[in-house]
Write a protein that binds this ligand. Sequence first.
Ligand code: BGC
Length: 754
Amino acid sequence: MKHLFSTLLLSIAIISQAQMSDTEIDKKVDSLLSAMTLAEKVGQTNMYNGPWEFTGPVPQDENSQLKADNIKKGYVGGMINVLTAKGTREAQRMAVENSRLGIPLIFGYDVIHGYKTMLPVPIGQASSWDFDGVKKGAQLAARETAASGVHWTFSPMIDVSYDARWGRIMEGAGEDPYLTSVMAKAWIEGYQGDDLSDPLTIAACAKHFAGYAFAEAGRDYNTADVSSQTLYNVILPPFKAAVEAGAATFMNSFNDVSGVPATADDYLQREILKGKWGFEGFMVSDWGSIGEIMTHGVARDSAHAGELAFTAGSDMDMESRIYEFYLADLVGSGTISEDLLDDAVSRILRIKYKLGLFDDPYRYSNESLEKSEVFSAKNKEIAKGIARSSMVLLKNEGALLPLNKTVKSIAVIGQLANSKDVPLGNWRAQAVANSAVSLEEGIRNAVDSKTKVTFAQGYTLTKGRRDFIHELTWVDDQGEGFEEAIEVAKSAEVVVLALGEDCYQTGEGRSQADIGLKGQQLELFLRVMEVNPNVVVVLMNGRPLAIPEVATKAPAILETWFGGSEAGNAIADILFGNYNPSGKLPVSFPHHVGQEPLHYDRKRTGRPVTNEFDNGLVFWSHYTDMTNEALFPFGHGLSYSSFEYDDLNLTPTEDGVMVNVKVSNVSELAGKETVQVYIWDKVASLSQPIKRLVDFKQVSIAAGDSQQITFTLTKEDLGFYTNNYEFVVEDGEFEIMVGTSSRDHIKQSIDLTF
Ligand code: BGC
């Protein structure tokens, strides 16, 4: 019997997967499915954690012998955290050479911003607004991952997030649904390429479906309370874009929405994702999220949790071990139909076929490729390019930047400035600790040999163990480093002061109630400014920070996020003018944490901030002690060039409007500008945001030159979803704004009829 099935599999394997059409794959899947027992089918829905690392709470019944036996029996579909060409080959061999049908395992891993060569954290990548660059970064990550035997990344995270307190804001593309949709497409196309069976591409996973970023009060895992308007117009669009971009898999989320844990959400997973949007890939649960349906108080016991999750469309169980123990009985008793099980298994097998795993289960486990590809000099150079374009020049008073390379002396100050670890960011996959180029190193690499570079630590943020799973230990810094820092600052021509966060302040489980500068950073900044006003603040952080004093007093501020392996060199390229900054914020920076959740695309309300209401009385939507506005708005980012906008022209078209604008580079330096288009549908059946991004273009403009830029807005850009999830476009007046940020633009109105 076993021989018969091996022959069947061999004949399946002869045709090259790259040439197989979807119909052919479906046929193969059907024929394999018909040969599978109930236990083997259930096995495909079961995912085990590998021996390398845990990224969530460890299940109590951890039993590696049982796991090994089950893999050999064909009772496991996929594994997480099994790494390296050698490790994956060993695990794959267990499954393929021992099980009755030899179905290969799929290996998944959290490659969030690179495998070993670290790219900037995702919020940084999104700050580039550069589709091709971000795609190239994902291609790099895919190559290193695939060469290490891993087929599947749990990325991109495309949760639109309004709340800087939420630590995972670092992992996404920020606060805007349109920009996040564009980035989702870039990441997915980059990871997956044109052909999933190419051994240098990997399957993507769009996560977390859905509503996870709307955790109340920005506290990770908290309940999410979202309206239909937010769900349909803000949260879902990037996920729809992910389906359109061909995302192979989706991951659901820990939170509940309207009382329904996302993992048990039939409406989101079956009706919308697999129904309305026609998603054909599979849905993996988040780590332990099937079991957590019980903790939410929605399932009585494990069997009930399994029933709810499976019925709702969660196809694969990551680390709850519930499908493993309960699914067969649920199907046996008729609680879950075998058709539903077949659907889930077909989805999983289909992706395995597309990855070419039936063709050659070891195709990704290639030691020589692993050696040449992972952390290669070529990859580091690419990462540097992406890091440069991810950085945002927030302020540059008196053109303090770029610095002259022949500057006589530079004081480099701050614990973050000589850290070779912080720039790697959190969710750093296989990055080696302390393997980044620090800011100090980057500066030393860039300057003239005669320039004196002096470092002083200034402040100390954290001490001891710093890693993915443990809480940070804060230092009770009493300003011990001030004296040295001030001395160094005094005697230097210019100060480069690194401020911000330890990279483990953002990421999963890293929410903060306070998003200012921790420890003695602000005090040190103020003291340094007193002795030397030529201070360039270099920010390293994974979330928007509330830094009003720094924003007011520092002449120059460069946002560098966590820039990855080559961060220091990339920052130095900008500081010394080898690269003209081009990044734009994908999130609003607040003046104060009390403004959170803050986002530019807010509603007008019945009592908006206009002269009409701001008349000395209190009856309008405002804070009595704070502006409503952002400190640095969404879309903001300066260049060493200066751009001007004029001649905005709107021409109605059959299904929308054509927007023309003239953008001029009025400086003496060639530069790149991101031209942004926002709309306001002024009177609609449901209240609309006062502005929302609908398109953007990046243009390089030579010094003194102008370019005529055209955007074609269609119904798709101008409409919105109703509370019944119907897309509508309504006639009436639209204000069209075009400019350099969500705050700084020129505008015109037009009446449109559709
Ligand atoms: C996270 C996911 C991640 C998974 C696997 C979970 O805790 O929420 O984003 O992919 O762990 O590591």
